[in-house]
Write a protein that binds this ligand. Sequence first.
Ligand SMILES: Cc1cc2nc3c(=O)[nH]c(=O)nc-3n(C[C@H](O)[C@H](O)[C@H](O)COP(=O)(O)OP(=O)(O)OC[C@H]3O[C@@H](n4cnc5c(N)ncnc54)[C@H](O)[C@@H]3O)c2cc1C
Length: 369
Amino acid sequence: MDVIVLGGGLMGTASAYFLARRGARVTLIERNRIGTGATVASFGNIRRTGRHLPQLPLAHRSLRLWGEAEKMLGRDVEFRATGHIRLIFDEGSLADMRAYAEAARPWGLELQELEPREIRARFPGLGPEAIAASFSPHDGSGNPRLIAPAFVDAARRLGAEIIEQAQVEKVEQTGSGFLIATSKGSFGAACLLNAAGAWGARIAALFGEHVPLEARGPQMGVTEPLPHRVLPVVGIWTRDKDYGAYLRQVERGNIVFGGAAERVAANLDPGHAVADPMRLPVQLRAVARLLPAIANVAVIRTWSGCEGYVRDMLPVIGRSATTPGLFHAFGFSGHGFQLGPGVGEAMAELITTGRSETPLEAFAIDRFN
Ligand SMILES: Cc1cc2nc3c(=O)[nH]c(=O)nc-3n(C[C@H](O)[C@H](O)[C@H](O)COP(=O)(O)OP(=O)(O)OC[C@H]3O[C@@H](n4cnc5c(N)ncnc54)[C@H](O)[C@@H]3O)c2cc1C
């Protein structure tokens, strides 16, 4: 079977790898460099807590693959199952956390509830005013710079053809499949996977499928390196978006943070999202509630990335509703990093066998009709 994958972010590269592993003849076409879209900008959170419940089977599948990534790809992509703690500062948020934990249990996610005493003993320095926390011990983080190149190199070793920096001039259906005309030549295949991230709705529209998607850029920052003390990924349960921050400390010592600041609007052309320094003070106030020691630390870099947010904040994953042989995996709405390996494996399975063992109905493209 021949498959063209359009887009070389985490979704496209993971799909190319799993397709090649299943014996498909794969050509991946990326208009820039591999992994330089939303994927490289990611915070790197490999988190299941708080996910839309029907997404949990895919998230569990993906977490298993993150755990196997080093062996599977032959390279350390810095996946660390450090655990994910979410601090709670008010009774309303505690009720929200308990309701979510109860609802998520039948979906296979077990959250521990921590009391203030346990938070202080296990995670000194975090949220001194917290009244409780949830803890998910098997979640963690990975390195957003490493994962797409690792998947693409592994796919290449299995025979996939990787075309980078190719301007895509035409995408069309032919009698026998699809033809993609690019600045680096024309490519044909029986199947086409649209993994074009924030640009995916444009590709879908070429086939008469309309997805309400907006491109926006979450605001991220990183501090100077400090001794490595904060082990888990840290977040918050809150109804107040001005406090919805998160952070993690990488093993080299820098603290990466995000959230709490409104996402900037991004233009798909040229597709760069720029961090707004005016939003940094609000963000740092929220981060300091989680980790007061950050008040004395220098922020050395801020950034953003162009991500596709679908109206219902869920991705589009599955087969096209209009065009046989066309498949979609785009619009990951700010939470695709965790899902990437699972999406790649599920898409490869769907494309090569006609079905996926993980339910994908909740993400069907025709849900907006
Ligand atoms: C700042 C930031 C922080 C984030 N933090 C997290 C997090 O902590 N945890 C989490 O789970 N998720 C997070 N996310 C979301 C996550 O990074 C994305 O959902 C995920 O990386 C999307 O991968 P993708 O492959 O769909 O998109 P991308 O990585 O954007 O890849 C799409 C690729 O398609 C290419 N392309 C577009 N159009 C065409 C075309 N016509 N032809 C060829 N190529 C094309 C683009 O150049 C791009 O490289 C974050 C996102 C951002 C921006």
